[in-house]
Design a protein around this ligand. Structure first.
Ligand code: HEM
Length: 419
């Protein structure tokens, strides 16, 4: 027996997507949770409660193939428009990122990354993270107001991922705009314009060409980094990465490896500055950092939702999601579900049993979770210790435009100096 969906529930997701609600979508999520699964006016099925999200993240018929073939803008050149770009688009769709692939293809790609993310490499990054944090805080010396994004939370993860992959950090100027566009392209297609989709195709091609050239260089002059490892690895089980999969994997790591971490550090500092007593606790007890970051991943996660496509009819919460339908799993709402978390709107670093969806769950659970946790713990502990009397100069701050990867675009903080 399927349930009739209330008309009033249906446009709530449009309000979530509306930039006017970016600073605080949580009251909308609470209203959405009154009906765990709704079909929005744009045809998307919105899933907002913890148990339903969890079951879909593990559902064999909930596919991650949610992106369509790239759409290049017309150039007026017949050869480019009718031959080259359609070929490029087909290749890009077939060799899309592992996050958009289903098994068995997905599993080989994931294995290749896991083989490169060795414990030794990750441990080495720990020392580098501490050194980069020190450099960035030294750069703040003498200032009374900073934009934390510009001065700290953006450059830190960029430096880390560049070093890990073997991408020259000074190339950030090149890939910054491409990367931002790829993240914006994660919003549901129904909410992107034709111009957005075309920009996405062009920027994806540009970042792929850039990393393709860099990988060629790595083959000629191998070094101890992840890109060299991916380009040269011949694994007994997963074989060799083909040229196109290698490039998309490199793109996924470069983009996923920093954009989300920037948001987690910013969301963290914003939360702490709104609750100075917890900032003080962290300053006095840096061992609080792991629990605090875990709670942050629940309370204000950068990745607000994931998309899936029904490969068959799926019955859930008395709603039939028909084969072919697109779903939005509102994980940030599941993280505030009162049926799963006591007093969910309270930021409580002492919370027990905190299995949240901050890094997803199931087959696609984040591969960079260890690295992102380590960076954010070190960043927040250092900021709490070294900024003297920090306070928010603007609350709420201005947010990035995308809904899916959510966080401040700018975070102005007044300080009395740094120690
Ligand atoms: C705070 C920072 C981060 C957050 C919040 C985050 C969040 C996520 C989430 C929610 C997913 C699952 C997507 C889905 O199920 O559709 C994911 C997947 C992934 N993340 Fe992260 N991530 C972060 C940092 C990183 C870093 C630092 C890296 C790499 C160095 C990384 C690499 C990946 C990759 C490769 C996947 C795809 C895994 C797969 O499809 O099997 N992430 N991430």
């Amino acid at each position: 027996m399927t349930r009739n969906i209330e008309a009033t529930d249906r446009d709530l997701f449009a309000q979530v997507m509306d930039y006017a609600n970016r600073a605080n979508p949580y009251p909308l999520y609470a209203r959405l949770r009154e009906t765990p699964v709704v079909r929005a006016d744009d045809g998307l099925y919105i899933v907002s409660t913890y148990e339903e999200i969890r079951s879909l993240l593990f559902h064999p018929k909930a596919s991650s193939h949610v992106v369509s073939r790239p759409r290049f803008p017309r150039t007026g050149n017949l050869f480019t428009d009718w031959i080259m770009n359609p070929i490029k688009a087909r290749i890009a769709e077939k060799h899309r990122s592992l996050v958009f692939r289903d098994p068995p293809e997905h599993d080989g790609l994931r294995r290749h990354i896991m083989l490169q993310f060795t414990p030794e490499r990750m441990q080495r990054m720990k020392g580098r993270v501490a050194a980069i944090i020190d450099e960035l805080i030294a750069g703040i010396q003498g200032r009374r107001q900073i934009d934390l994004v510009e001065a700290f939370s953006y450059p830190l993860p960029v430096a880390v991922i560049c070093e890990l992959l073997g991408v020259p950090a000074q190339d950030e100027r090149k890939f910054h705009a491409w990367s931002k566009s790829l993240i914006a392209g994660l919003d549901p297609e129904q909410h992107l314009t034709e111009a957005d989709l075309q920009k996405l195709a062009v920027n994806n091609a540009a970042i792929s060409a850039y990393l393709g050239a860099l990988i060629k260089e790595k083959r000629r002059r191998p070094s101890d980094d992840v890109l060299t490892g991916l380009a040269t690895c011949r694994d007994k089980k997963a074989g060799r990465l083909n040229h196109f999969d290698l490039i998309t994997t490199a793109v996924s790591l470069l983009v996923a490896g920093h954009e989300t971490t920037v948001c987690l550090i910013n969301n963290g500092m914003l939360t702490l500055l709104r609750q100075p007593e917890i900032l003080t606790r962290l300053r006095l007890d840096p061992d609080l950092a792991p629990r605090l970051v875990e709670e942050l991943l629940r309370f204000d996660p950068p990745a607000q939702f994931m998309r899936r496509k029904a490969l068959d009819d799926i019955d859930i919460a008395r709603v039939r999601i028909p084969k072919g339908a697109m779903m939005v799993l509102l994980v940030a709402s599941g993280n505030r579900d009162p049926k799963r978390f006591t007093d969910p709107d309270r930021f409580d670093p002492d919370r027990k049993n905190n299995q949240n969806f901050g890094f997803g769950a199931g087959l696609h659970a984040c591969l960079g979770a260890w690295l992102a946790r380590m960076e954010t713990e070190a960043a927040l502990a250092a900021l709490s210790r070294r900024l003297i009397n920090p306070s928010l100069a603007e609350d709420p701050p201005s947010y990035r435009s995308t809904a899916v990867v959510r966080g401040p675009e700018r975070l102005l903080i007044n300080i009395e100096g740094v120690t």
